[in-house]
Write a protein that binds this ligand. Structure first.
Ligand SMILES: NC(=O)c1ccc[n+]([C@@H]2O[C@H](COP(=O)([O-])OP(=O)(O)OC[C@H]3O[C@@H](n4cnc5c(N)ncnc54)[C@H](OP(=O)(O)O)[C@@H]3O)[C@@H](O)[C@H]2O)c1
Length: 258
């Protein structure tokens, strides 16, 4: 086997946005398990505190920063606090995100803007904040969490579809801009995961699970937050390779393969 593709994250500094619950929380825990120093960011500071306590209890190292990703100054503060504490940021996982479902004709404008502010503008603010330190060190890895909705549109997903499509363009563009500094950008397209992501959605437009048909095989299991967390951590491990660049990954469950 060629040496150098899968490397250790021990001691690496990883910032995870949206770490208070769901995919981000699981990802923070997996990074810590691999020996990384984790900076968890989100608005729910109580949940971040609990995450950090859990990591530290298990012998890991972590801290949290309370941020609203829709505010550019919060991303600047997140990066500053991470750099002040750990001296460098090796990996930024842009995971914080929200969604809303409704047909375009009924889509509330405030939800349209909230999704774009969080899932696209928020990612831009975090990248803009972290890049100067990565450029200076000529090292770093940015992992943007997109969705299968960012590759193939699903009906009624409103601003979520165009924002996740836009992450592809943003990631590809940034990768070209920082190629010379050997900074890597990976887009991860994730299929449906059971988290609280859909809890606040307007129930009129959420597809109800189909009742099992007599004699039909059991439905395919969905992805879990652990599946996604392992995938993101694997991307970061591959990101340490001096030769390869992982530009995109799609993580599906069996039922999502078409
Ligand atoms: N669940 C799925 O089926 C699925 C599928 C594909 C892709 N994804 C993507 O995976 C990512 C995480 O989703 P999830 O399922 O884990 O959702 P989730 O359980 O609802 O968690 C969302 C996270 O984003 C944070 N967040 C939301 N708005 C924020 C803001 N303004 N500022 C800072 N943090 C904010 C939340 O923290 P606070 O509320 O504490 O701020 C929370 O930690 C999202 O980008 C989503 O698009 C999810």
């Amino acid at each position: 086997m060629k040496e150098g593709t899968i490397q250790s994250l021990k001691g690496k500094v990883v910032v995870v946005t949206g770490a208070s619950r769901g995919i981000g929380r699981a990802t923070a825990l997996y990074f810590a398990k691999e020996g990384a120093k984790v900076v968890g960011a989100a608005r729910s500071t109580d949940q971040l505190e609990t995450l950090v306590q859990e990591i530290c209890k298990n012998g890991g190292e972590a801290t949290w920063v309370g941020i609203d990703i829709t505010k550019p100054e919060d991303s600047q503060r997140m990066v500053k606090e991470a750099l002040d504490r750990y001296g460098a940021i090796d990996v930024l996982v842009n995971n914080a995100g929200v969604g809303w479902v409704a047909p375009v004709t009924e889509h509330p404008l405030e939800q349209w803007h909230r999704v774009i502010d969080t899932d696209l503008n928020g990612v831009f603010y975090a990248i803009k904040a972290v890049l100067p330190s990565m450029i200076e060190r000529k090292a770093g890895h940015i992992i943007n969490i997109s969705s299968v909705n960012g590759k193939r549109a699903g009906a009624n997903w409103g601003a979520y579809v165009p924002t996740k499509f836009a992450l592809t363009g943003l990631g590809d563009m940034v990768q070209l801009e920082v190629k010379e500094q050997r900074i890597k950008v990976t887009t991860v397209y994730v299929g449906g995961v059971a988290t609280g992501f859909r809890d606040s959605f307007d129930r009129r437009y959420v597809r109800a699970p189909q009742p099992p048909q007599p004699g039909a095989p059991p439905p395919d299991p969905r992805l879990t937050v652990d599946d996604v967390a392992e995938c993101i951590v694997s991307c970061a491990q591959m990101g340490l390779s001096p030769t390869s660049v992982l530009t995109e990954v799609t993580l599906n469950s069996w039922g999502l393969i078409r």
